[in-house]
Design a protein. Structure first.
Length: 139
């Protein structure tokens, strides 16, 4: 039987907010598991509830005990570096907004300036990312 140390009211409030409102589903799930474990749910019950392995729940509890709130987050993962830097992505988005260029013309202009070649799919992903972040900023 494995239980986290008794949570303070501040920790309970923080975990409840994370469980209810955090944008990352994994953080919400882990916060919920910590709260339930604090209410004496067993690891086997949590395993069945969240449909994960016993070791997974155990590692969530260990991460909470060792790192606190930061233990709810995933460690950074390696990946391919982006073809275009943040400033180049912003410049591409600016070309589309301010210069009323079509997508292909904006791509050609950016590729001419930077000398970097990228697929149309790369630019579509950049555009999607930039429009999502612009929508989030206005919301």
């Amino acid at each position: 039987m494995k239980f986290v140390a008794q949570l303070t009211p501040e920790e309970k409030e923080t975990l409840t907010e994370a469980y209810l409102h955090h944008p990352n589903a994994r953080v919400r799930q882990r916060a919920h598991a910590i709260l339930l474990n604090n209410r004496h749910y067993l690891v086997t019950q949590l395993r069945e509830l969240f449909e994960v392995r016993h070791q997974t729940v155990s590692s969530w509890l260990d991460a909470w005990e060792n790192y606190g709130l930061m233990g709810l987050y995933d460690d950074p993962r390696s990946g391919r570096p982006p073809i275009l830097s943040e400033s180049e992505q912003s410049q591409f988005f600016t070309y589309l907004q301010n210069d009323s260029l079509q997508t292909k013309a904006a791509i050609a202009r950016l590729q001419e300036e930077t000398g970097k070649e990228a697929s149309i799919d790369t630019f579509k992903r950049v555009l999607k990312k930039m429009t999502q972040s612009a929508a989030t900023a206005t919301a």
